[in-house]
Design a protein around this ligand. Structure first.
Ligand SMILES: [Zn+2]
Length: 133
């Protein structure tokens, strides 16, 4: 269905954003802690110290998406529950989804900066130079 080479593959299966083979998270998905580097392709998962602080923008976006989804669901299927009803439902929705959004935001953030099988910065492809024949 979703094949390697598509960012969604890395995000959904918690794989390395570069090779889509190695595991991205230390331990399970729910640990939310990215490994230092990929065990398969050796690519570092961080570009600079504090790299994953930027993932809070993604958490925010996911939170807004959950807020809208819960609100639309209530309006369509439940009806008028009032302001407090919507507020309570959104808070419950955010709390229930928090264990998913936290790790998800990190791997989405990593996928914004690492691309499938891109070359390492400063690393050039091997050529045949010096190959005297
Ligand atoms: Zn890798």
């Amino acid at each position: 269905m979703i094949k390697k080479g598509v960012r969604l593959y890395s995000i959904l299966f918690g794989k390395c954003p570069h090779c889509h083979e190695g595991e991205f998270f230390e331990g399970s998905f729910f640990s939310g802690k990215p490994k230092e580097k990929c065990s398969i392709c050796d690519r570092k998962y961080s570009k600079e110290p504090g790299f994953y602080q930027g993932s809070y923008y993604v958490v925010y976006a996911l939170g807004v998406a959950i807020f809208v989804a819960v609100w639309v669901f209530i309006e369509l299927f439940i009806g008028n529950v009032g302001f407090n009803g919507i507020l309570f439902s959104v808070i419950i929705g955010l709390l229930v989804s928090a264990p998913f959004t936290y790790p998800l935001s990190k791997i989405i953030w990593a996928n914004l900066f690492f691309h499938y099988l891109e070359e390492k910065p400063g690393e050039e492809k091997m050529d045949n130079e010096g190959d005297a024949s």
